[in-house]
Design a protein. Structure first.
Ligand code: FUC
Length: 792
């Protein structure tokens, strides 16, 4: 009888899972063992990674503003620029070896690390072996659930992190009265103390005032704590039970004989801005954490949940995607991914990955000046891979590629406001490292303190990554893109234009003339790749890399476009025009490739994961098959030479590049490869396992890096819709595999919202909407016409 009942319950559970849409549901029939199997949730500031164990549930807690370090002294190396002339002299003597050595004198400190707050444990006084276990993340509502049956009792847990209420909530129920027994406690790798009193657990602690990034050898000074320094945090936990009892021990809250309990978890940090000392000019983290919880605990669970769902759906529901009519598979997500990796069809999984990317951006990017980092907001390490930081030679920017096109403009704001902070420290970096008196720039790695100097630990870094100076040119293109998609003229005038202008000013002064009279950067690199000279020297430092000039060109063009919207500094505008006309142009190499280096050199690694010189094709707007067919062909050759096997973020980028080349089938092939199943590895990362996707659908560099998720999400949109200042193309790179489908709510430059329905690869119906009726050129089904948009 028991067996019959439990198998009936199993059937019911499967029905429940399948009632949720396979394109919006990630689920498993076992708890997570490794991080790469857990569910990440967040309200754009606080993050939770949920493992869902039966006997012990583990919930890793994060806060977007919780980093090691303190405000950076941007004036850390006032004389650095004195070394610049020698580097330039060596370069123009073509002495690349000397340039590689000399440029190291321009390196300074590394950035700080993103830190974990701690772990909330829920210990259940019960066996670990349960029947009918299910763990479900519902992307439609941003709510996750754990369900199982034990000794005839059905247990249910529901988790979400609410933006309106600013906290995490867990609702636990048992089907039998009084069967819910558990304790909650907290621990952390930070320095902290736990205080438990009157149904409240408060953990107060602080982050290290310095952490060396993991690529530096561990020493006794790698992680430095001092009670009087560093960012403080408070985590507060309270439990409300409908029945039963909440008692306390020294370190935990204990629920006895309850049927229905709600756990409230608030987190607050003392971070008060990039230039404020988090110990002495701090926000009152303890007061804030308590106020948040006190305000919410008086509300009913259902009200908090309803407000959370409403808030989340306000963003999530703006876009919907259908890529075919298959019903999706009624198997757990890890098995589904494995099956797909073997070449099986699963259109709903392709839609799920896209939906998940939008879910991740809403969940990780809602905090001013704290954009989504390398791991979004989800990190459990004190010295996380690459500091879980902001890497500005691709990763930080790639995080934001889906923000505008997939109708999540608001989620772009954390990056845009962060650029303002970078411009503050970056103006000191411009003067001290590059002898440029006007404008700002930033380097390869940055952190919440808006550090902008070249990194490399004072001369120990490889110039290939350490001496990058294109943070300002690349990031300022985001300022323009936000305007291009939103048409928010207030924003353009008051926020974007001043920052764009001062980025332009920096590069105007930083550029030098080469022997042929062209403007070039010197020193220059092409992110992380190296060139091979005919004499066998493998170098990184050169003048005039294609990447540098492409980002500068884009930044200048954007600035000129912005000055057409508003009156501008005429002298500067003229200067920009003239520099643009004499910028060293794109070159096509002997292999038909787009040249990466100023000269037509070989690459040390022709399969390198970076393809920075293709910036002008994507995310830039300078190269396209219609406007610059030769250059587009050269980009195609470069991509073919690079091959398709690469890291997660790099696959994400290449899919977008193939989409811009209007090759939907190649883009789709690589999209499938981005969704290649990668085994969870826990703490033993295999860095060379190849890029792909973990069971929980997070991107595998490996290790976990969220940029691949965002690159892949943007790429799906880019296959279905492309826009320029000249108009909109519907289904520009539709793969054969997506012959029938529809998309609603994508955004196009010019402030348009676009819906498309298609059948047999042809548009059958579309809708272009904007705030005011506007004329716009639309290209689809091989024809172009000008239409007037509908008013939204
Ligand atoms: C860049 C890339 C690496 C990695 C790191 C975070 O340095 O070259 O692959 O993504 O950033």
């Amino acid at each position: 009888m028991n067996k019959l009942l439990s198998s009936l319950a199993g059937v019911l559970l499967v029905m429940l899972v399948t009632a949720q849409s396979p394109d919006k549901t990630i689920w498993f029939n076992k708890p997570a063992n490794a991080f790469e199997e857990c569910f990440v949730m967040g309200n754009g500031t606080q993050g939770a990674s949920i493992f869902g164990g039966v006997q012990t549930d583990k919930i890793l807690l994060n806060d977007a503003t919780f980093w090691s370090g303190e405000p950076v002294n941007a004036n850390m190396y006032p004389d650095a620029h004195k070394h610049l002339p020698a580097v330039r002299t060596a370069l123009f003597k073509e002495d690349y070896k000397a340039a590689d050595t000399l440029v190291k004198k321009l390196q300074a400190k590394f950035s700080e690390c993103y830190e974990p707050i701690g772990t909330l444990y829920l210990h259940f006084q019960q066996d670990s072996i349960a029947a009918n276990y299910k763990r479900i993340l519902d992307l439609d509502k941003a709510v996750s659930t754990v369900k199982y049956e034990l000794n005839g009792v059905n247990f249910n847990r529901e988790y979400f992190v609410s933006a309106p209420d600013k906290l995490m909530v867990i609702h636990l129920t048992a089907s039998k009265k009084g069967a819910l027994n558990f304790s909650a406690n907290f621990n952390s790798l930070m320095h902290y103390k736990v205080e438990v009193k009157q149904n409240s657990l408060a953990a107060n602690g602080y982050a290290p005032y310095h952490v060396d990034p993991p690529f530096l050898k561990e020493t006794k000074n790698s992680v430095l704590f001092d009670e009087t320094r560093g960012t403080r945090f408070t985590t507060m936990v309270k439990i409300k039970c409908m029945d039963g009892l909440v008692v306390t021990t020294d370190t935990s809250l204990v629920v006895k004989n309850a049927t229905d309990a709600v756990i409230y978890v608030s987190i607050a940090t003392s971070f008060n801005g990039f230039d404020k000392n988090p110990a002495t000019q701090s926000l009152p983290n303890a007061t804030i954490a308590k106020a948040i919880i006190d305000k919410s605990i008086v509300k009913s669970y259902s009200v908090i949940k309803r407000n959370h769902i409403e808030d989340y759906q306000h963003f999530f529901n703006r876009v919907s995607l259908k890529l075919g009519n298959d019903t999706g598979l009624i198997i757990p997500t890890d098995e589904r991914l494995k099956r797909y990796s073997k070449g099986n069809e699963d259109k709903q999984l392709e839609m799920l990955y896209f939906n998940f990317g939008r879910y991740l951006l809403i969940s990780s990017s809602r905090t001013n000046c704290a954009p989504a980092n390398l791991q979004g907001i989800w990190n459990s390490y004190v010295r996380p891979p690459w500091a879980s930081g902001y890497t500005a030679n691709i990763n930080l920017e790639e995080n934001y590629w889906p923000s505008e096109i997939t109708n999540l403009s608001e989620m772009h704001k954390p990056l845009l406001s962060f650029i303002h902070a970078l411009s503050q420290t970056g103006s000191t970096t411009a003067k001290t490292f590059y002898a440029v008196q006007n404008g700002w720039t930033s380097g390869h790695q940055t952190d919440i303190w808006a550090m902008t100097n070249p990194i490399g630990d004072w001369g120990k870094g490889n110039p290939a990554w350490a001496n990058f100076a294109m943070g300002a040119s690349w990031l300022s293109t985001h300022l323009w893109e936000h305007f291009a998609f939103t048409q928010d003229t207030n924003y353009l005038k008051n926020e974007a234009l001043p920052l764009m202008k001062s980025a332009v000013q920096f590069y105007i002064d930083f550029l030098v003339k080469d022997k042929g009279g062209y403007w070039v950067t010197a020193p220059s690199t092409s992110p992380e790749n190296k060139f091979l000279l005919p004499d066998g020297y493998k170098g990184a430092t050169l003048y005039g890399s294609t990447f540098d000039l492409a980002t500068i060109k884009e930044c200048f063009i954007d600035y000129l476009k912005a000055t057409k919207v508003f009156d501008a500094d005429v002298v500067l505008t003229k200067k920009v025009d003239s520099v643009l006309a004499h910028l060293y142009p794109y070159q096509i190499g002997k292999k038909g490739n787009l040249q990466e280096w100023y000269h037509d050199w070989e690459d040390v690694d022709p399969k390198h994961r970076h393809q920075s010189h293709l910036f002008g094709l994507y995310p830039g707007t300078q190269i396209s098959p219609s406007k610059t067919p030769e250059l587009a062909d050269a980009c195609r050759t470069t991509l073919l030479n690079r091959g398709d096997e690469t890291t997660g973020w790099s696959k994400g980028w290449r899919i977008n590049l193939w989409a811009r080349l209007l090759d939907g089938n190649h883009a789709y092939k690589m999209y499938r490869e981005l969704l290649k199943y990668v085994e969870p590895h826990g703490e033993n990362v295999n860095y060379s396992a190849g890029g792909g996707t973990y069971p929980n659908l997070l991107d595998a560099h490996p290790p976990f890096q969220i940029d691949g998720n965002f690159g892949g999400t943007a790429a799906v949109a880019e296959m279905l819709l492309q826009s320029t200042d000249d108009g909109i193309t519907l289904l520009p790179a539709l793969p054969t595999a997506w012959q029938n489908g529809s998309v609603k709510g994508l955004k196009a430059r010019g402030g348009f919202t676009v819906d498309i329905n298609w059948e047999k690869g042809k548009v059958i119906d579309y809708k272009i909407m904007s705030k005011y009726a506007k004329q716009v050129k639309i290209t689809y089904n091989n024809k172009t016409q000008t239409i007037t948009s509908l008013v939204r």
